[in-house]
Structures are given as C-alpha cells and as structure tokens.
Design a protein around this ligand. Sequence first.
Ligand code: AMP
Ligand code: MG
Length: 462
Amino acid sequence: MDFPFENSYANLPERLYTKLAPTPVKTPKLIAYNTALAADLNIKGAPEAAVFAGNIIPEMADPLAQVYAGHQFGHWNPQLGDGRAILLGEVAGHDVQLKGSGPTPYSRMGDGRAWLGPVLREYVVSEFMHAAGVPTTRALAAVTTGETVLRETPLPGAILTRVAASHIRVGTFQYFASRTDAPASQALVDHCIARHYPDAYGPQGLLDAVVQAQATLIAKWMSLGFIHGVMNTDNCAISGETIDYGPCAFMDAYHPETKFSSIDQFGRYAYNNQPDIAAWNLAQLATSLLQLMPDRDAAIESFTESVNSFILAFQKAYGAIFMSKIGISEVQEGDMALVTDLLDRMAANQADFTNTFRGLSEGNARDQFVDPTAFDGWADGWTTRIASEPDPQAVMRAANPAIIPRNHRIEEMIQAAVAGDYAPFEQLNTALATPYTLDQRHHDLTTPPTEQEIVHQTFCGT
Ligand code: AMP
Ligand code: MG
C-alpha cells in the first residue's frame, strides 16, 4: 500500500509524544475497508491486513503515541496518553491512527488492546455520524488480530484504523499547562491553528474557534438523540470532531435525562447535560491557554467572555437544527416554543426520538405516542404554522434521519460478528450510509427495540 504520509506532529517538540511502533499481532485478517475514505485520503493500493494490524509499517510513517492529561468525570488525571493507539502519520492533513495496537508508555494498567465489539461499534457509529453530517473521526479499516483479549471473558482482539482531523484534545493542552511548559503549549496552539483554524490568531483566536466548533457539534449530537457518554476533557477534540465512541448510544424513547454508560453513576454526561459539560471542558481549555498570555488579568476576562459565549452559540445552532426538524426554514417569534412543547409531550409519552421526528414528514408521528391525543394537541398549532412554509416536507426529510444505529442492532451485530457472521455489520454500514433516505430492504433497522431488546446500559468496553 502507498500512504503519502506527512509527519507534522512527529516534528513537534519531543516531549509531546513517545516514538514507538505498534506491537505485531499473530494473524491479522481484514474485516472492513473504507474504500471511499481511502480514495479521499489518496491512499493507493489494495488494502493489506498486515498494515492495519501494525505488523508492517508503511514506508513514510513515523509512528508515535501522544501524551495528554485530562479530567475524567470531573477528576483530574495528570498523566494519560495513547495507551493503546499509535499515530502512523498524516495523509491529506488527517491523522491515521491504529487503535488497539499494543502497549505504550501511557498504557497504565491496560493491555494496549481492543476487542472486536468496540471496534465494530466505532466503525459503524462514526461512519453513520459522518453520513448524517456530524463532524467526526472516521473509520478507515478494521482487522481482527487472531489473538485473544481478556476482559471479563476472553474475546477476539481487533484493531481499528481511525482517521481524524487531529487527535489533539483539551487534555493535550491541560498536560502542558499543568507542567507550566509554555513553549510546548505555544507549539500546540500554532499546530492547531495551522491544521484546523487557519483564520484564527493566537490563543484567543484558537479558543474562540473551538468554542464555535463545539457549539455546532453538540447541537448536532442533540438533534440526533446522541449521547456521547464519556465527555472527559481528554475526549474533547480541538478540531470539533466527535471522538471516542466508547459507551455512546442513541436514545430510542425520548427523555432528556437519558444516560446509558454504566460508569456514569450520577448522569454527569446525560443527554441534556451535554451542552453544560462542553462549556465546562472549554473552560479547562481556556485555563490551559492562560500561561501563554502576557496580560493574565485581561486574558481571564476575554477568555471568560469566550467560554460564556458557548451557550448562546449552542442555542443558536440548536435552534436552527430543531427548526428544520419541524419543517421551519423562516423562523418567527415563538417558533422555539413549538419545539419545547413537542419535546415535553414526547418525554411524557415515551415517544421514539428518531421515528417521531421522521414521522412528521411521513404522517405517522402520532403513532409514537402512548397517548396519541398528546400529539394531536401539538399538531394543530404546528400544522397552522407550517402552512406558510415553502417546502416543509423537504426541509424535514433532510433534517430527520429515517435510520440511526440503534443500540439493540449494534449489540446484535457485535454478537453475530463474534460468532463469525459479518452480514449484520455489512447491512448496518450499507443502510446507515444514506440515513435520510430509507431503502425498504432495511426497514427492520428502523423499529425501536421490544421490551426484551432494550439496551439499558453501555460499557466503555475497552
Ligand atoms: P477512554 O476511556 O477510551 O477515553 O480511555 C482513557 C484512557 O485509557 C486513554 O488514555 C486510553 O489510551 C487508555 N486506555 C483505554 N483502554 C486501554 C487499554 N486496553 N490499554 C491501555 N490503555 C487503555
Ligand atoms: Mg479517550
């Protein structure tokens, strides 16, 4: 295979990473390859399992593990890093990283490996997010390793090749702030601006840009009923992409306090907390950038203003998307009340989030409500309101996916794959590639789980 690697991160000061190669695995087998993404990245040649397993290092790669720190569930952890991932280099400005590629100096107690379940989950969900128009890391390839990974039980090992605008996190800045290493911080600022925000100037410009990027990102998550599940500062990307599909999940029945992650005891990362948590993470970024500002008091003031602007930017983005979700393109006073009223009624009626919104353009939204008259009470005012809209049906169909990666389908897909059957994985990928147009062949993927099928908890599943 031919990867036109550049290695701009490897050329940053050495204390930002440790150079090392992946640990080879026993019998690599390719289980998925994203041909379209490979073409976008100018990667040439037939896919080789040995490359995506880390057994063969492409010629121009300069492999390394990045160091970072972070707040995990609000608790400061001064030393994290790629504990089971190796950055091979950048192609077309994008990081190519093997995840599950063996131990590194940052592995702590971990084995540096991943098992098949989370690898396939990340593959499917991240590619869906991309298809749905959400900034996200991508999946280029997946391989099985022929090795067993020990979790609660022995499980098949796998490696995901992840592509990202970069893997630089809020936690990367926190690491160098906590060590009062201003030169490293400055190098990171310059690097991030060059790669992600070429119009930004200095730490203030970078902060402002990240605030905006995170505001639109979280609004898009909310519009899909997406719950990230582990919004630690080390999982908050400077690029504004969704990163780290661990215990993430999509809501079936709408409730604002929904959470899935088994380790999120207090609902810190519940659906409706996500905007506040993003703002909290941005405040950590702002704090980390202070050491670069000669006039600290003035910087505290302007950084605070920037972080505080997050909620307004989020509300603006959220409002625009949810207006589209109910078919409104020319916003009038009072329109947002229609959205909140609908959501309140959905919550009281266990209405399926995806199917209710999609149902608005298909004429079956009321079927999603335990008490359909609760929908009728809302629909009267809404129907009158959208009568003056030019093409509400088209607006809604473009804003409300017909199909999402439902948790019970993901679990089913993983179980099948562990048993050697990749057909459900293929079907999910195919169906989710065009989430706004449903091919009737995939109709079974649109139905909410039955009582027995409901997934109540997700696990980090490392
Ligand atoms: P995450 O919860 O996936 O964001 O991971 C948090 C930290 O734990 C990161 O620094 C990971 O690199 C590390 N980590 C997670 N799983 C493993 C593993 N199996 N082996 C080594 N490090 C791991
Ligand atoms: Mg992580």
